[in-house]
Design a binder for this molecule. Sequence first.
Ligand SMILES: C[S@@+](CC[C@H](N)C(=O)[O-])C[C@H]1O[C@@H](n2cnc3c(N)ncnc32)[C@H](O)[C@@H]1O
Length: 305
Amino acid sequence: MKISFLNRVRFSPWFTQLVILRRCNLSCGYCNEFDNTSAPIPLETLKARLKKIKDLGAFSINLTGGEPTMHPDLPELVRYCRQELQFLRTSMISNGFYMKPELIQALNEAGLQDIQISIDGVKPNRTTVKVLDSLRERLTDLKNHAKFKVVVSGVVGSCPPAESFEVIRFAKDLGFKPRVLLIHDHDGQIQLNEEQLKAFQTIKEQIPKSFPEFTDYRDQMIREGTAPFKCRAGSRYLYIDEFGKVSWCSQTRQVFSKDLMEYDYSDLRREFYSYKSCQDRCTLGCVRASSSVDGWRRQEQPVAH
Ligand SMILES: C[S@@+](CC[C@H](N)C(=O)[O-])C[C@H]1O[C@@H](n2cnc3c(N)ncnc32)[C@H](O)[C@@H]1O
């Protein structure tokens, strides 16, 4: 079915996250998005999924996991997204542990445009080792070799606030783009105390404002427990798991799921309008960024899914 440009802009995915393997080298205590054993999804299966995502009118692609750098075909996947499918933006999320010069060089050549690394604190603790003390060498390698943009996020709620400040300072000193994220509970919902919320506000004041922070609905969520927009997951934002199922996001895999290969324009359109009861207290940054764009205009009335 041919989609008009206007409808493509409205309903097609602006941001799609594709899980290329569920396996991760880490076991962060707050995370429910990994296992320690599963095999990488075969290259040809992933290429077929990427082609289908492009056919749905998607503008950009983000490769995720698990830990995407554990996939042996990561550079070829990036090359396929950039050079053959020509997504406007090809990015990935990584914990950074395997970002050594050889892999960075391969990703440069493949045409990766940006990488997001979130860093939970400074010192390893019982919950996480994804911290500055484990990653300084890898981040320096990225500074010295990466031709792609590096976004480093501090995470409020995963360590004492002083450590989040230190992460942001380190990221700025290396010339990376700093961001701040909020830890969520196992339903993707905000779960922070007063001290952590104060730390969040302080960090936000320290980082240059840019999209999506300009339209940051987190302020309203923190203040009133509501969101000034309707969640567009399943449409403007897509999450596709290792089985090739589309879900609203990583935290709603049990709530909504449909095979990507059967997903079509009517699904995009329906999910654009469908009401998600989790939206008000959701902290998932990628979903928020894709949904908050039309927070300025009158929202349709909730329609139960
Ligand atoms: C599931 S990981 C996949 C990519 C990669 N393994 C990594 O660590 O970045 C994607 C992102 O989700 C974040 N994440 C997982 N569980 C979270 C939670 N409960 N609250 C906030 N962020 C979380 C991770 O820290 C990471 O930045």
